[in-house]
Design a protein around this ligand. Structure first.
Ligand SMILES: Cc1cc2nc3c(=O)[nH]c(=O)nc-3n(C[C@H](O)[C@H](O)[C@H](O)COP(=O)(O)OP(=O)(O)OC[C@H]3O[C@@H](n4cnc5c(N)ncnc54)[C@H](O)[C@@H]3O)c2cc1C
Length: 393
């Protein structure tokens, strides 16, 4: 069995999520992919079993916020259905702004309903002209009589149309670059807020990815998160804590695909023996398992550091590494799982082709893996390792 740092109580929560995933979500996964409809029944299951509570502290309606357990829950669910794993990851992504920068009044107003799952959350940063270069955003927020008036639009927003609470980034000072961006909470029933096109896509098909528009959308000043101009910093602090969640989605996909390929390799026979006994297949399975276990070590370490209060450069680097490594492993391992199953791997009757399609997005969103590499290298270049060169030359 894999070595993990979980306490007995944490293992109990993991086992509860694992059982729900295997018994209630796995049988739905192929249908969610085929219908491309948002799985409200899975949200209901999470609500009934207090799964969203794992993300929030008791004071705000949760069961005791734990980054590590959030990652474990996303991983367990993503082993069987990456669309459903993403529901947990995005509840965290869309709530982190409130958790990190919200006033006590804002936390009391929003967090309990997010902790129970009555409301779903979303994070709206990307625009048509600004993805990797998020500071190039054009959405504006103009102050007017104790309110802000938002105008503009966001694209590729997960949970568009199903979320009630959107963490939105907009320019309060369009000429001030990064420091002209502010963060806001926008509720979906606010006049002037509209959901546009929902995108058909390659994988995670049950998750909605869509446009949202702000047309003279007026929100109270009380919905601004942090100070004016602090939005970009808040957006990045959120990503430092949410990117590991995408790593967990990737790891779940990789482990789920490995587990499936392993079982298949015991029963499919060629040339007189199960394919798992052919050395080339056995070696693939060994590499897949090793990659998953190594990725898990990095991911759980990152979760533990967040729970211990890590912040700043240390967190930025390890969270980018966890996201990068787990999601690259997801793409490699799910592709290998298709190979292990041979032609059957390519057929929709078997889950590994879906897992391979689902894995691709994990290398793209919450910062592409090129951007993760830039972030990691930037942090490395700031570090002083000159001592390693002592005595050299
Ligand atoms: C299904 C889905 C769900 C999403 N959910 C959300 C969400 O909930 N909220 C949200 O705000 N956004 C969301 N996104 C947006 C996502 O985060 C962006 O698509 C992603 O950050 C990349 O931006 P882009 O698509 O504009 O690509 P671009 O920025 O145009 O990049 C194109 C290519 O150039 C590379 N590149 C760009 N700049 C550099 C550089 N400096 N150095 C090296 N390479 C570079 C990129 O890695 C990429 O390969 C989602 C996207 C998808 C597809």
């Amino acid at each position: 069995m894999p070595v993990d740092p979980l306490t007995d109580e944490q293992r109990e929560i993991r086992d509860l999520v694992r059982d729900l995933a295997r018994e209630r979500i796995a049988p739905r996964a192929a249908e969610i992919d085929k219908s491309a409809e948002f799985p409200w029944d899975v949200v209901e299951l999470f609500r009934d079993n207090e799964i969203f509570g794992i993300l929030f502290d008791e004071e705000h309606g949760g069961i005791g916020a734990s980054a590590l357990m959030t990652l474990v829950a996303i991983e367990e669910v993503s082993k069987v259905c990456a669309t459903s794993g993403l529901i947990i990851a995005v509840q965290e992504l869309g709530s982190l702004g409130l958790k990190l920068a919200g006033s006590e009044e804002q936390k009391r107003r929003f967090l309990p309903k997010l902790a129970s799952g009555e409301w779903l959350a979303a994070y709206a940063l990307t625009e048509p002209g600004s993805g990797s270069d998020s500071a190039a955003m054009r959405t504006t927020a103009r102050r007017d009589n104790g309110e802000y008036v938002l105008n503009g639009g966001k694209r590729f927003i997960t949970n568009a149309g199903v979320a009630h609470v959107y963490t939105v980034f907009a320019k309060t000072d369009p000429d001030a670059g990064h420091s002209g961006i502010s963060a806001f909470v926008v509720e979906s029933d606010t006049p002037g807020f509209e959901v546009g096109r929902i995108e058909p896509k390659m994988g995670i098909k049950g998750s909605t990815t869509g446009e949202v528009f702000f047309n003279d959308c007026r929100i109270p000043e009380a919905n601004r998160l942090g100070a004016e101009g602090e939005g970009f910093r808040i957006a990045m602090r959120i990503l430092d804590r949410s990117r590991p969640g995408i790593g967990a989605q990737g790891l779940g996909l990789a482990q789920g695909a490995t587990d499936y390929a392993l079982e298949y390799s015991k029963t499919r026979e060629t040339m007189g023996k199960p394919i798992g006994q052919h050395q080339l297949i056995a070696a693939m399975l060994a590499d897949m398992e090793t990659k998953c276990e190594a990725a898990r070590g990095l991911l759980y370490k990152c979760g533990q550091l967040i729970d211990e209060g890590a912040d700043g450069a240390e967190l930025t680097k390890i969270s980018a590494m966890a996201k990068l490594h787990c999601t690259d492993v997801a793409m490699e391992v799910t592709t290998d799982a298709v190979q292990v199953l041979g032609g059957y791997g390519y057929i929709q009757e078997y889950p590994v082709e879906r897992m391979m399609r689902d894995a691709k997005i994990t290398q793209l969103y919450e910062g592409t893996n090129q951007i993760q590499r830039l972030v990691i290298a930037r942090e490395m270049l700031k570090e002083n390792r000159a001592f390693l060169l002592a005595g050299v030359g």
